[in-house]
Write a protein that binds this ligand. Structure first.
Ligand SMILES: Nc1nc2c(ncn2[C@@H]2O[C@H](COP(=O)(O)OP(=O)(O)O)[C@@H](O)[C@H]2O)c(=O)[nH]1
Ligand SMILES: [Mg+2]
Length: 201
């Protein structure tokens, strides 16, 4: 079972993968990274090291789809969920062939994933009424809104403007399930976990 994390660059997808996996009880990340030839390499990273290596302040560092297996306790059962972190998606066609390939791979995995976390940067949602999200996010919402395995994760709620952004998102996307979180402070992770449990059950 795959849980794919998608969204624009820098919205916090990688920090969500690391901190939510930690919240679910993971102590170490076994990151599966495909190399140029598509061969899967497994890297073991402590959570601290993963944050240092994979989360970036400036340039988006995630250049390929990275998978982390997480066991989720469902009552007495344990369910293996592959959490897929992806490179940021943008409007238009990328310049670099490798980036185009990674976008294609991300879309391919998106089509077949059982669960989707669509991460948005809540404080960045603009005040414009008509289209507060960009075209890419709007397209993802349209793709996901008919599925019950699709969730919008409104991130960076710890920052100023988070609540306004969330309100704007809700006003223009009625009927879409959204969970506000901060991947930094982990506020909202309980709701995220509850959504996951309900959807997996
Ligand atoms: N204040 C704040 N910063 C965050 C949050 N989540 C991520 N960031 C920061 O946003 C930047 C991009 O995060 P990253 O996970 O690499 O984004 P990605 O490109 O979507 O994978 C990093 O500097 C993170 O520390 C959050 O909830 N609150
Ligand atoms: Mg990333």
């Amino acid at each position: 079972m795959d849980l794919i994390i998608v969204g624009r660059p820098n919205v916090g997808k990688t920090l969500l993968m690391i901190n939510f996996a930690a919240y679910l009880g993971l102590r170490e990340l076994r990151v599966e990274v495909p190399d140029e030839d598509g061969v899967i390499r497994t890297e073991r990273l402590s959570l601290d090291k993963a944050r240092r290596q994979l989360v970036s302040l400036y340039a988006p560092k995630t250049t390929s789809v990275q998978a982390v297996p997480v066991d989720v306790a469902l009552g007495r059962q344990r369910l293996r969920v592959m959490v897929l972190d992806t490179p940021g998606m943008t409007e238009g066609i990328r310049d670099q062939p490798d980036e185009r390939r990674q976008t294609a791979l991300t879309l391919e995995r998106l089509m077949t994933a059982s669960l989707i976390f669509h991460v948005i940067d809540a404080p960045a949602i603009r005040t414009r009424r008509q289209e507060p999200l960009g075209a890419l996010d709007t397209a993802l919402v349209e793709f996901g809104r008919k599925m019950n395995s699709y969730l919008v994760v409104a991130n960076k709620m710890d920052r100023p403007g988070g609540h306004d952004g969330l309100k704007r998102f809700r006003e223009s996307n009625r009927g879409v399930t959204v969970v506000p979180v901060s991947c930094l402070t982990r506020q909202g992770f309980r709701d995220l976990k509850n959504w996951l449990m309900r959807t997996l059950a």
